[in-house]
Design a protein around this ligand. Sequence first.
Ligand code: NAD
Length: 240
Amino acid sequence: MAIVTGASRGIGRAISLRLATDGCIVALIARNADALAEVQAEIEKAGGTASCHVCDLQVSAAFVSTIESIVEQYGRVDVLVNNAGMTRDGLMLRMTDEDFDCVINVNLKAVFAGCRTVARPMMKQRWGRMINITSITGLSGNAGQANYAAAKAGLVGLTKTIAKEFGSKGITANAIAPGFIETDMTAGLGDDVRKSVEGSVPLRRYGQPEEVAATVSFLASQDAGYITGQVIIVDGGLTC
Ligand code: NAD
């Protein structure tokens, strides 16, 4: 049984479809009920099982109670994929505290709350997979994204710490750092940025959400049982 945040579109949608194909029941979390219902319908059409849970991750307490109700409903949780993310870009001198806080709340604080909440049921099962979607921006920084880079770098430290605290309980924690992936988040960057990125990525293209989903699928599987505390970069070679 897997919980996926930000499941309504982009990378989260692809992860949800992939985990359902792998045989997981998937609890889909995002803010938009209609978009979630479409993903649920797609999963069910393909023979899988999913449920929809509307929740705004700005409020950690709401996220915690959503996870608790999912765990109560299914009696367990095997995989948590913290994928939901947002940007509010701007150069640091003009970035407000509110711009900083709301990006930290969704991209980092909610992930801490989510991992802490699933830790107990996973410890009882002596099996669990926590997978956090960070970004290459969290590894190298990016002008105009002080809030997002700080949050995504924070996820790396959080993930490595979870790996150390819960490894003896059979729980693994890993992060995935995508580069430029073709979703709504990158659509706003425009054609000029796209051309320049494609020129510098060794594989000469944006990545697809399904390519990140395939990495999640592997990390969630039995085959990845001896991998924990790692950051897997999925960026077409951009940072190599
Ligand atoms: P997207 O904007 O297409 O989708 C983001 C998802 O997060 C949506 O489902 C949205 O509803 C959800 N979300 C955002 N704020 C939320 C909130 N307050 N409460 C609940 N849900 C919320 O983005 P994407 O490109 O699919 O990105 C998915 C993840 O991958 C994010 O964490 C993002 O930072 C990361 N990432 C994306 C790229 C890329 O190139 N697209 C690169 C690196 C990292």
